[in-house]
Design a protein around this ligand. Structure first.
Ligand code: FAQ
Length: 330
């Protein structure tokens, strides 16, 4: 099901990244991966496998935490009590996913504090999509439907991967994301079948979010740096283009069914190849956004930095083992 379109994996990249590894241990490790075993934290693993997993899980965890911000701004303005409750629960879930993923990354020896510092100092990446503003209520609907959908496509595949703690975290996350997706779909359907103003609002949001969503799955397979290694070691279970194609297959027909349009005149499924054809999104914009120069990068990191500062006294208090109790205020 996954990985059908990816470049032939001749192992050259992996070989160059593992030259210093013990060949016997490496062969045994790769045999376990090929057999579908889960690798656990105490097991032997090549340094590059560990490094790649920390990078990916950490970026994923940061994405969940920063991803709570664009939708979070709509909690106070959600239309009606039920929408407010649902959005609050969703945002809370996303932060919880961040916690699960930080814990999974910590099993490989990088502390949460180091990961947080790398995020707020701009050293570590997080998903491009969360560097755009959620201008209207329809933006929050499009995020909840289509970004959660993209996340599920990616994470459901990778939950069948090789690293035990990451796979278990992903399974749990996917279960919650599938509720988010239903919530987002319900919101989009409501707007798309509502008044002309509501319809125009959701169409406008879709037009603005389409390119970031196409970027979400990462650069094309020809440009992707890490896919070859990550697929060989079953950390990624499909290439970026495969995941993008799967998402288009599942969601473009649903978008068109609602009478909404997508801002790409070349978007169509080639029935002979089974692949979607589209105008390449602007990858220069993508590079700018993931390297700190998107519309909201600075604002997002400033909010995270402030939260870190505000919570410092709590962390310090918790880290004092000699403090057994405090005097109650009343
Ligand atoms: N954004 O060689 P590749 C969510 C970077 S969770 C930013 O192809 P790889 C839930 C990449 O890091 C969303 N950077 O990389 C939610 C690398 O840079 P580096 C997050 C990106 O790792 C919903 C360079 O480009 N999901 O949405 C992006 O093989 C709603 C070269 O790229 C995950 O993190 C990007 N989109 O494939 C929350 C899933 N794409 O590190 C709130 C796990 C690429 O060398 C509201 N991650 N880059 O400096 C993955 O599956 C993979 O890491 C990919 C990228 C597919 C994202």
């Amino acid at each position: 099901m996954y990985g059908n379109g990816y470049i032939e994996n001749d192992g050259k990249q992996v070989n160059s990244l593992t030259v210093n590894e013990d060949p016997i241990k490496l062969a045994a490790f790769e045999a376990r991966i090929a057999a579908g075993d889960k690798i656990e934290p105490q097991d032997w693993m090549p340094a590059e496998y560990k490094k790649q997993l920390i990078r990916m899980m950490e970026q994923h965890a940061h994405s969940e935490i920063i991803g709570a911000l664009p939708e979070g701004t709509w909690i106070t303005r959600a239309p009606g009590f039920r929408r407010k409750l649902a959005l609050m629960a969703k945002v809370q879930d996303e932060v919880g996913h961040g916690q699960l993923l930080y814990s999974a990354a910590e099993t490989l020896g990088k502390s949460r504090e180091e990961m947080t510092n790398d995020l707020i100092n701009g050293k570590s990446k997080y998903s491009n999509v969360f560097n755009y503003p959620a201008k209207t209520w329809a933006d929050s609907a499009v995020i909840a439907w289509l970004i959660d959908a993209g996340a599920i496509v990616n994470q459901l595949a990778n939950s069948k991967g090789s690293y035990g703690p990451y796979c278990r975290a992903l399974e749990r996350i996917c279960a919650e994301e599938s509720f988010h997706l239903k919530y987002g779909h319900d919101n989009v359907v409501f707007l798309a079948t509502g008044t002309p103003i509501q319809r125009a609002m959701v169409q406008d949001a879709l037009n603005r979010w389409w390119e970031p969503i196409m970027h979400f799955f990462g650069p094309s397979d020809k440009e992707s740096v890490h896919t070859e290694t990550l697929m060989r070691w079953k950390v990624k279970m499909g290439s970026n283009d495969d995941m993008r194609n799967m998402f288009l297959d599942m969601y473009v027909p649903k978008i068109w069914d609602l009478g909404l349009t997508l801002p790409d005149p070349n978007l169509r499924k080639n029935e002979e190849t089974g692949r979607w054809e589209y105008t390449e999104p602007n990858w220069e914009v993508f590079k700018q956004v993931i390297n700190g120069n998107g519309p909201c990068n600075k604002e997002r990191l400033a909010v995270r930095r402030k939260a870190e500062e505000n919570g410092r006294w709590v962390r310090e208090a918790l880290m004092k083992p000699e403090e057994k109790y405090v005097n109650p205020l009343a």
